[in-house]
Design a protein around this ligand. Sequence first.
Ligand code: PLP
Length: 424
Amino acid sequence: MDLINIKHPEEAVSFKQAVLQGLGSDQGLFFPRSITPLEDVDSLLQQSFVPRSAAILHHLLDGELDQQAVLEMAESAFDFPLPTRALSDTVSALELFHGPSLAFKDFGARFMARCLVRFRDQGPMTILTATSGDTGAAVAHAYYQQAGIKVVILYPKGRISPLQEKLFCTLGGNIRTVAVNADFDTCQALVKQSFDDPVLRRQIGLNSANSINIARLVAQACYYFEAAAQSADVSRLVFSVPSGNFGNVTAGLLARALGLPYKRLIAATNANDTVPRFLTSGRWNPHTTVATLTNAMDISNPNNFPRVLELETRHKMSLSELLSSFSLSDEDTRSAMLALWQQGYMADPHSALAWAALQSDLKDDELGCFLCTAHPAKFIEAIKDVLEMDIPLPDVLAEVQAKKILSSTIMGDFAELKSILLQE
Ligand SMILES: *Cc1c(COP(=O)(O)O)cnc(C)c1O
């Protein structure tokens, strides 16, 4: 796959280079120069998830990995179920949370980890990433005990759910976790600053694993095909995606560019509404990030959005037809959780928010699919509070519950982070 740095289109790289490098110069994102649609989407939709995903990825990677290699990677990365649940004749839930960290980020993180293991040269490799919640768990589990790879994960202290923290801050070994006394955007800025430090970058073999890495996006494009395969009529299908950094939305639009003929996509945000405001006003004007019930989406400067715009400018995708975006309040989210539960479906706040956006915008002739990005048990406090009930912890969570948090804490200073990165 031939990719370019969006900020400097003359900077071209292969998929392997893009995966290893993470970001281009000036912190530019890599994105395919061109996207060739798949030839026979109908017959692909007949296949089951893993072989179909391998075919999609092989097509995208275009000769950089052979068919057998891609199949093995897909088999081991996507080794958990991916069910769709029909809530009515027209609305279904795509449950992306049955992986080891109980969140959809397992898809991208696990595929990317397998890419890095294959592509890695000799020498040190440090995965540095910022998380607003679920990336951390997905990344930690995807790389835990992978030989030669060290992982450093930053997160905003006190702003992620306690159980979520337990899920990735208790592993130890090659996984280091750092609680930053600031918001997620600060964590993200620290990561970017580290990547801008060429000495540091070389010395510890820095690589990012958050949603800016292209490997994650290509993996995530695959599950949109699964939802389409389960749908009665793809051409009427509308996706609703709970959005923070807009990686998931980018992957959905990438699936569209690859020829998946779904109708349109709704990007649902919480009160951090930079994108919905941008789509109506044309002005990019991030406000200060506010904390919400859907904390994995508490992001006011979504770092994948330039790729969405690239799809419009370079790839001629009509965003005005394909993409709409709504901001929902915590109150809307709570009502949605309750309404869903009254229909017999328990959803975490993020998934419920996507459902609410779909509910308010779905037309009579459309079919809706909302993406369920986290297992409800990961947000047990919200479930307790809103549904007023206790739910049993899934095994993975029950096990980590008793373990000790191993994170160090920093104030948000680059020097502090640097010294942690340079530690053995
Ligand atoms: C990360 C995350 C999101 C947002 O996904 P983006 O790709 O960053 O837009 C939504 N829900 C949950 C549960 C998440 O962890």
